[in-house]
Design a protein around this ligand. Sequence first.
Ligand code: AMP
Ligand code: ZN
Length: 114
Amino acid sequence: MSDCVFCKIVKNEVSASIVYHDEQVTAFRDIHPVAPTHILIVPNKHIHSVSGLTTEDEALAGHLLTVAGRLASQEGIAQSGYRIITNTGAHGGQTVFHLHVHLIGGQPMRHPMG
Ligand code: AMP
Ligand code: ZN
């Protein structure tokens, strides 16, 4: 996806505050953080959303979560707790159409079901 900003971050064509990278996923700080810790974890390959995942992506999807948990420990928020969010599609409030997991913490969250 040549015009996808997250693909460009993965390829280092757009600068970002990258906190983790491996052969499957990249994690970087959200440009508009809503809490003291706000990191996005994305697959290196372009998948538009959860709806674009196939059975071949199951290990990758799991890796996104395990990396999120590890980064939470590194950020020092594993004990206090945090929120993992993946907005999907228009009603889910997705604005960047490259699958991403938000890792948000460092302060108490409001109730999520609003
Ligand atoms: P969503 O609304 O769930 O699709 O989340 C997209 C997130 O990407 C938002 O929280 C944006 O602040 C964030 N974002 C957009 N562009 C960038 C960028 N270039 N670097 C870091 N975060 C970004
Ligand atoms: Zn992309």
